[in-house]
Design a protein around this ligand. Structure first.
Ligand SMILES: Nc1nc2c(c(=O)[nH]1)N[C@H]1C(S)=C(S)[C@@H](COP(=O)(O)O)O[C@H]1N2
Ligand SMILES: [Mo]
Length: 422
């Protein structure tokens, strides 16, 4: 829009209008009568004394005003806290890195306390020398840093039959994205002298559930990490302290926490977690299995049901997240009319492989209702499907791997609701 266009407030005019209040020079097309704002014209209480000293919080917590940016659960979803899940407040975060303190948790038998000194990792099976590593042993292998998303295969799983949960946190919050520090699993397998006949590894956690999963050797040798830090600090207890597996782009269930054993085998174990669970039953009753990769997906995080538009019409930042287990996000489109027309969103940074990508659409909202959608495309050329397209292939029996396009119905009062368009 040109600066001379006075029909709609431009972002620049809006912002300069706000900035010049009090300076007596309001020249923009949206200049409004404003009374002096005491919060900027009057000395405030917090400027008339001292703040907290440096030792007030040896380990800092979020500001007291951010108390609602927390994990939340959906009560009816799981019977108890021990085998349960909660959700990342993605509607309230920005950028791409998820702080550990509000990153979703999924436990099959609760989060265990395991110290570094009691920690052991065994590699056995088809290897020259079965080995047991201590935590300190792991720290003597060359380590790497990578940012990756971890998405539970069940993320968005409650939305198969119809629009159900009202909030991006609940529909899409079984995901987090952290910078991991860890040792490539390949180095540990080489140390043990793995047999090239071993086409699989079976990985187990130290918790009662053990959460055992089979991983093809090609993946194990490619980019899997045995990680001990996330976002620069030790893993939190709930994310597998002191050591977890990081399986880039693959379903969260394979990211075994408190990892204690890696067995090289020449067959997949077909454990509970890869047969009765984490398989997808199609309309004809046949179940898909080994659906490891998380396909390209995206969601508008704001505006959304938990973050309605409160400022009325005019400049509006639409934002969201996109990711793909098959590589980097190349493009995200946003629709305001339920998928009839699309605009290319701005990626905050070029997409990175198997990591969250932040997108923005800086727009002028005319106050009319919107059916907001986002559609991700990854470097393979794959385009995120509509709900109808996904159902045509997968039917309605599935729980896992729902990567369809999400719709938020934003009303003219700014409130948003989870809906489906057909
Ligand atoms: N040992 C162990 N590893 C586990 C689980 C578990 O219950 N026990 N849950 C799995 C599931 S289903 C998911 S989605 C991810 C969740 O990781 P997070 O709790 O760090 O978010 O961990 C996986 N690893
Ligand atoms: Mo999961």
């Amino acid at each position: 829009m040109s600066e001379n266009d006075t029909s709609k407030p431009s972002r620049r005019a809006f912002l300069s209008g706000a900035a010049t209040v009090g300076a007596g020079a309001i020249a923009s097309s949206v200049a409004q009568a404003q009374t002096a704002d005491p919060l900027i014209t009057q000395p405030q209480e917090w400027a008339q004394g001292f703040g907290d000293g440096v030792d007030a919080a040896p380990y800092g917590l979020p500001s007291q005003y951010e108390g609602d940016v927390i994990r939340r659960n959906v009560e009816w979803l799981t019977a108890d806290q021990i085998s349960s899940i909660n959700f990342t407040p993605i509607h309230a975060l920005d950028g791409t890195i998820t702080p550990q303190g509000c990153a979703f948790e999924r436990h099959h038998s609760g989060a265990i306390d395991l110290s570094k000194s009691d920690y052991r990792l065994m590699i056995n099976g088809l290897v020259d020398t079965p080995l047991v590593f201590t935590y300190e042993d792991l720290k003597r292998f060359p380590r790497e840093n990578h940012v990756y998303f971890c998405e539970c295969a069940a993320n968005t799983g409650m939305e198969w039959a119809g629009a159900q949960l009202n909030g991006a946190q609940f529909t899409h919050g079984m995901i987090h994205n952290m910078e991991y520090t860890g040792v490539p699993l390949r180095l540990l397998l080489e140390e043990a002298g793995y047999d090239v006949a071993g086409k699989w590894v079976f990985v187990e956690g130290a918790d009662a559930s053990s959460n055992g999963r089979s991983i093809p050797m090609d993946k194990a040798l490619d980019d899997v990490l045995v990680a001990f830090k996330a976002n620069g600090e030790a893993l939190r207890k709930e994310h597998g302290y002191p050591v977890r597996l990081v399986v880039p782009g693959w379903e969260g269930n394979m990211w075994v926490k408190w990892i204690r054993r890696i067995e090289v085998t020449n067959f997949p174990v077909e454990s509970r977690e890869e047969t009765s669970k984490y398989t997808d039953t199609l309309e004809n009753g046949v179940s898909r299995k080994w659906t490891w990769v998380m396909d390209a997906k995206s969601v508008v995080t704001s505006p959304s049901p938990q973050t309605p538009i409160k400022h009325g019409k005019g400049p509006l930042v639409i934002t969201g997240l996109a990711w793909s287990g098959n590589g980097a996000i190349k493009r995200v489109d946003v629709s305001k009319d339920g998928g009839k027309t699309w605009e290319a969103a701005r990626l905050a940074k070029p997409g990175e492989k198997m990591a969250l990508t932040r997108f923005y659409l800086d727009t002028d909202w005319d106050g009319s209702e919107m059916l907001l959608q986002s559609r991700a495309m990854d470097e393979t050329g794959y385009v995120q499907p509509t709900k109808t397209q996904l159902r045509e292939v997968r039917g309605l029996n599935s729980i896992y791997h729902n990567n369809c396009i999400q719709t938020w119905w934003v009303r003219s009062n700014g409130e948003a609701e989870n809906v489906e368009v057909s």
